[in-house]
Write a protein that binds this ligand. Structure first.
Ligand SMILES: O=C(OP(=O)(O)O)[C@H](O)COP(=O)(O)O
Length: 274
């Protein structure tokens, strides 16, 4: 198996002993990826390619000999289906799958449903990159006039959260995502890892970026240049204090991974090259 090395500031100089491993991955490709629309809290399912990606991840981890103990997902179907397919391919379907809104994708507010290439045409590619990738830029909130407002907030799943529906986000920066995710990481996921469990997080492009920023100590400036491909497990090794002991590794064919990253970056361009 080949490994891609993603150099992060905190990990670069580290020679500490690894005590824990955790997998973080963005779900397989979603149905709206082909339409190039901001999906976010809209509950789109996996595309046919997304299903294949999730199964391929499972085969990869099975061939590498991993035995998962628990998988954490968001409340969105594409994240949950990825977990199911991955566990099926690993023949580890019995492994518990735990869902939380705190792993949901970044709430893209009023931008939900809009086409990225059209946005780039109207506002410029650099502006779209800032909207997509900057750390503390908050987007205009979704309101009741938005075509997906009721579909999102009337959904029964959001009455099961540890905050009231009224207190759920209406738009988020990546910083906001980390702020709602970190209590769950610290309070629920870390204790499982400390118990010796091998955890996989099946999240989203930006909920995973927020977590990686925290774990890898990526700066506010550098996180702008971190883009995650769909359906690619990222292995993180941590010491006893949960600091990374080596650069995180995106597992799989490295050329294919680079092409997949470029494809996601290109979504914010007027003309797609891939
Ligand atoms: O739903 C989304 O991400 P997801 O496919 O990881 O769930 C977002 O629309 C990702 O958009 P971005 O790559 O422009 O941040």
């Amino acid at each position: 198996m080949m490994f891609f090395t993603f150099v992060a500031a905190a990990a670069r100089q580290s020679f500490r002993m690894s005590k824990y491993k955790v997998f973080v991955m963005r779900h397989g490709e979603g149905a709206w990826t082909k339409e190039n629309r901001f999906c976010s809290w809209v509950d789109q399912r996996l595309s046919e390619d997304g299903v294949k990606e999730a199964l391929a991840c499972g085969h990869l981890l099975k061939e590498a000999g991993y035995h998962l103990d628990v998988v954490f997902t968001s409340l969105l179907s594409r994240s949950i289906h990825t977990a199911w397919l991955l566990l099926e391919a690993m023949e580890q379907e019995w492994v518990p799958v735990v869902r939380t809104w705190r792993l949901n994708e970044r709430h893209y507010g009023a931008l939900i449903g809009l086409n990225r290439a059209e946005m780039a045409l109207n506002h410029g590619e650099e502006q779209v990159k800032q909207w997509r990738r900057s750390y503390d830029l908050t987007l205009p909130p979704i309101d009741e006039s938005h075509p997906y407002f009721l579909e999102i907030y009337n959904d029964r799943r959001y009455s099961t959260c540890d905050v009231s529906k009224e207190d759920l986000p209406k738009s988020e920066s990546l910083k906001d995502v980390l702020e709602r995710l970190q209590p769950y990481w610290d309070g629920t996921i870390v204790p499982e890892i400390k118990r010796g469990k091998l955890v996989l997080i099946s999240g989203h492009g930006n909920s995973c970026r927020a977590l990686l920023k925290h774990l890898e100590g990526i700066s506010d400036a550098d996180i702008v240049n971190v883009t995650l491909p769909t359906g690619t497990p990222i292995l993180i090794e941590l010491d006893e204090n949960f600091r990374p002991t080596k650069p995180m590794q995106l597992l799989g064919d490295q050329e294919a991974i680079q092409a997949a990253i470029r494809k996601v970056e290109d979504q914010g361009k007027v003309k797609q090259t891939t």
